[in-house]
Design a protein around this ligand. Structure first.
Ligand SMILES: NC(=O)C1=CN([C@@H]2O[C@H](COP(=O)(O)OP(=O)(O)OC[C@H]3O[C@@H](n4cnc5c(N)ncnc54)[C@H](O)[C@@H]3O)[C@@H](O)[C@H]2O)C=CC1
Ligand SMILES: CC(=O)C(=O)O
Ligand SMILES: [Mg+2]
Length: 370
């Protein structure tokens, strides 16, 4: 199969869909890989490194889209990209369609087959292509909070871990999945007082064992969220209902009861965010303030550390990408985990939670492919 890798064009997105190491694997399996010139600049790799791995370098995204049977990217396609997709072409990347009707209709109009990294599953009920970036974003969330807490940045002027004799920051993490666990690990490591809220009791049990008493766990009710958020210096939004828009757990009205200079890091912003006042921001201008509460809502946090992130992402996508390259669409029909990733097929939405969030018709794949 001919596989195309365009350079990422979202603001301050420095990751790349395939690293030279991954290209080598596709080429060894008999595939051709076309890479846009400078696609690897953000991870400090050159066109020559891609050529050595067996890729052909093309001058423009236009040539990549025109010549490839499958496009492998990182971020959701931007409008200039979805306009170039076409029927029978496979798109394999993050999509986050639930809060993004424009992109959803753009992909539907293109007729392409779009597989979303974030809804591909594994045998343990996990999300193996979301997990590595959630690990990165969870860890970065505490760095972002530490920066925003500084007085010159509008924050309370609090050091996350405090110092001996002075209390540390109180950090509340809503959602104890991959993002939440990695955020809690970093926060606890720095010496913060950490509470994780989740609606899954089995998950709270696992967290309790994992952190051996170093982190408090709490079942997430309306009461519990209010109590914890009002007492927090930092709130990390890390909930997910796969494919769906994030539930809004902190309302606009609640902000006035939060501490002035406290910080919200809404990692779940790519699914619409779990704070009513969240709106997507970029690495170029990551924060804004409402009612004295600093909001950090960058939708591509791992793009800031592309060396770590591109490797972690490629490790996870490789087996799925190879299956698609080897078998084409048949891989989606055969493998239930890839099938869970299918969001758009020839103009139809094939992922129920996405269709429901967008208020558009849902077509099960059996029906869409019939
Ligand atoms: N902004 C960014 O750059 C990035 C954003 N993300 C996003 O972060 C979010 C979290 O991802 P993961 O941790 O991988 O998901 P996950 O599925 O591992 O964890 C989500 C957790 O939320 C819990 N949850 C669901 N509804 C809840 C509620 N009402 N109250 C409390 N807990 C609730 C679930 O029980 C689960 O434990 C997703 O939206 C993901 O797309 C991930 C990576 C990068
Ligand atoms: C998961 C995601 O949206 C990202 O890594 O940017
Ligand atoms: Mg994102």
């Amino acid at each position: 199969m001919k596989i195309g890798v365009p350079k990422e064009i979202k603001t301050h997105e420095y990751r790349v869909g395939l690293t030279p190491g991954a290209v080598r694997e596709y080429v060894a399996a008999g595939h051709s890989v076309l890479v846009e010139t400078n696609a690897g600049a953000g991870i400090g790799t050159t066109d020559d490194n891609y050529r050595k791995a067996g890729a052909t370098i093309l001058d423009s995204a236009h040539e990549i889209f025109a010549s490839s049977e499958m496009i492998i990217k990182v971020k959701e396609p931007q409008s200039s990209e979805w306009a170039q997709l076409r029927e029978n072409q496979i798109l394999f990347t993050y999509l986050h369609l639930a809060p993004d009707p424009e992109q959803a209709t753009g992909l539907m109009k293109s007729g392409c087959t779009a597989i979303a990294y974030e809804t591909v599953t594994d045998a343990d009920g996990g999300l193996p292509l979301l997990a590595p970036m959630s690990e990165v974003a969870g860890r970065l969330a505490i760095e972002a909070a530490g920066t925003a807490l500084k007085r010159y940045a509008g924050g309370r002027g609090l050091l996350i871990g405090g110092v001996p004799g002075v209390q540390p920051a109180r950090i509340v993490v809503i959602g104890g999945g991959v993002v939440g666990t990695h955020a809690a690990r970093m926060a606890a490591g720095l010496g913060a007082e950490v509470t994780i809220l989740d609606r899954s009791i089995p998950r709270l049990r696992e967290l309790d064992e994992l952190f051996e008493g170093r982190v408090r766990t709490r079942f997430s009710t309306i009461d519990a969220v209010e109590e914890e958020v009002f007492a927090a210096d930092v709130v990390i939004g890390a909930v997910l209902v796969p494919g769906a828009s994030a539930p809004k757990l902190v309302s606009r009205g609640m902000l006035s009861s939060m501490r002035k200079g406290s910080v919200i890091v809404d990692v779940a912003i790519d699914q619409g965010g779990c704070f009513e006042t969240s709106r997507p921001t970029t690495h170029a201008d990551p924060t804004y303030e409402i009612d004295g509460v600093i909001h950090y809502c960058v939708a591509n946090m791992p793009g800031a550390v592309p060396l770590t992130s591109s490797q972690a992402l490629n490790n996870a996508t490789l087996p799925f990408g190879l299956a698609l390259a080897n078998q084409g669409f048949a891989a989606v029909l055969e493998n239930p985990h890839l099938r869970a990733g299918l969001n758009v097929y020839r103009g139809r939405l094939t992922y129920r939670a996405v269709a429901e969030s967008l208020g558009l018709p849902f077509s099960p794949i059996e029906q869409a492919a019939a």
